[in-house]
Design a protein around this ligand. Structure first.
Ligand SMILES: NC(=O)c1ccc[n+]([C@@H]2O[C@H](COP(=O)([O-])OP(=O)(O)OC[C@H]3O[C@@H](n4cnc5c(N)ncnc54)[C@H](O)[C@@H]3O)[C@@H](O)[C@H]2O)c1
Length: 358
């Protein structure tokens, strides 16, 4: 039985990970530390908040005494680190918070883990798992090979640079102090509970509300998309069987241009609305409610500065060493995502009207 401290699990991937982990490891105790910043939403954890295996603590990873006391008082042996400022556009307009949380915050966690696990508490079988992104590798040309764990770091946004710095700090605490660490770098995730400023939920909800679907530049930027539970599956494999000090890339072998992602989503919504009077009544402003295609909402907007052209993940290391294989394809994953947002209207409406902050 393990005792986990999971940072940033009121956010998209962490909240999905908590439920995923509990389904697979029902005897483990879980403590979540989350500062509830911009994308943090405690109601994303509503299914687990009152469970006896679960504890929620509102606080910052930059608060070293708090982190030390959680590690010691809950006898934590496994720290899974999701907490981050994660929205690239926000890192362009206000990079400071990204430096504070992603770099200083990660370093604070490492200092606390070193102090408690290698010192005071002496927990030999500890593990610090760091969750990172493929954006640290920069951008690819159309025919470049996909990012492998040996690809040189070349981050292009303040977000990617701050995540790259945090990856290096995690690595350094392993090599310098012997902290037991693993790192995973994952491609773009999608699925339930994703904050509706990200491409897929933003477009899905704009289709329902009849608002424009903003596409940066020509929409030809290519991303590799992975269903969020397939990311959790990869993290679980790395935590349980990954080699200490190693990095594993997690990806879906599922490259799509942004414009094609949006068109596929439009197709799914067009067919959901076809002949469905209940959806047309619930979402009367959607063009689909009038029998028009959601594609009519596509609007091209000025490109993001420094927008990376293509990301692609070579996941052969995790697949060969740990037997990793994503379970969801894009069509099934997108349909599950659409199902979730249709059933959980209260969750996303509270973000759109700001009431989730209370
Ligand atoms: N979303 C993706 O597609 C993707 C892909 C690869 C890697 N990642 C990484 O996965 C992790 C989670 O991403 P996400 O999309 O769930 O992000 P998110 O923005 O939805 O959630 C981040 C969470 O961190 C919390 N947080 C922020 N600052 C904090 C602080 N100082 N102390 C404690 N908590 C704090 C927020 O309140 C929020 O709940 C990040 O580290 C991100 O870099 C994300």
């Amino acid at each position: 039985m393990s005792k986990l401290l999971i940072t940033g699990a009121a956010g998209f991937i962490g909240a999905n990970f908590v439920e995923f982990w509990h389904r697979a490891n029902p005897d483990d105790a879980v403590v979540v530390l989350d500062a509830l910043t911009y994308a943090g939403n405690k109601s994303s954890l509503s299914a687990v908040l009152d469970q006896d295996w679960f504890t929620f603590v509102q606080g910052s990873i930059c608060d070293q005494p708090l982190v030390e006391s959680l590690l010691a008082e809950h006898s934590i042996d496994t720290l899974v680190h999701f907490a981050a400022e994660s929205h690239v556009d926000r890192s362009i307009t206000g990079p400071d918070a990204f430096i504070d949380t992603n770099i200083v915050g990660t370093h604070t966690l490492l200092k606390a883990a070193k102090k408690i696990w290698l010192g005071e508490q002496g927990i030999e079988q500890h593990l610090f798992h760091h969750v990172s992104t493929d954006e640290v590798y920069g951008t690819l040309k159309a025919d470049d090979p996909a990012f492998s764990e040996d690809t040189a770091y070349a981050p292009n946004s303040p977000y990617a640079a701050s995540k790259a710095a945090s990856d290096h700090l995690v690595r350094a605490y392993h090599h310098t102090y012997g902290l037991r660490v693993t790192t995973s770098n994952c491609s773009n995730n999608y699925g339930p509970l994703q904050f509706p400023k990200k491409l897929i939920p933003l477009c899905l909800l704009n289709i329902l509300n009849g608002d424009p679907l903003p596409i940066y530049g020509d929409g030809k930027q290519i991303r590799d998309w992975l269903y969020v539970d397939d990311h959790s599956r990869g993290i679980e494999l790395v935590i349980k069987n990954g080699r200490l000090g190693e990095t594993y890339n997690i990806g879906g072998n599922n490259e799509w241009a942004n414009i094609d992602v949006v068109k596929l989503l439009c197709e799914i919504l067009d067919s959901r609305f076809a002949g469905n009077a209940e959806l047309a009544t619930r979402f009367p402003n959607s063009p689909c409610a009038r029998g028009e295609s959601a594609e009519s909402l596509i609007t091209f907007v000025a490109d993001r500065p420094g927008h990376d052209t293509r990301y692609a993940i070579d996941a052969s290391k995790i697949s060969n060493e740990l037997g990793y294989k994503p379970q969801e394809d894009f069509d099934s994953g997108l349909n599950r995502t659409v199902d979730w947002y249709l059933v959980n209207e209260g969750w996303w409406r509270s973000i759109q009207d700001g009431s989730y902050r209370q």
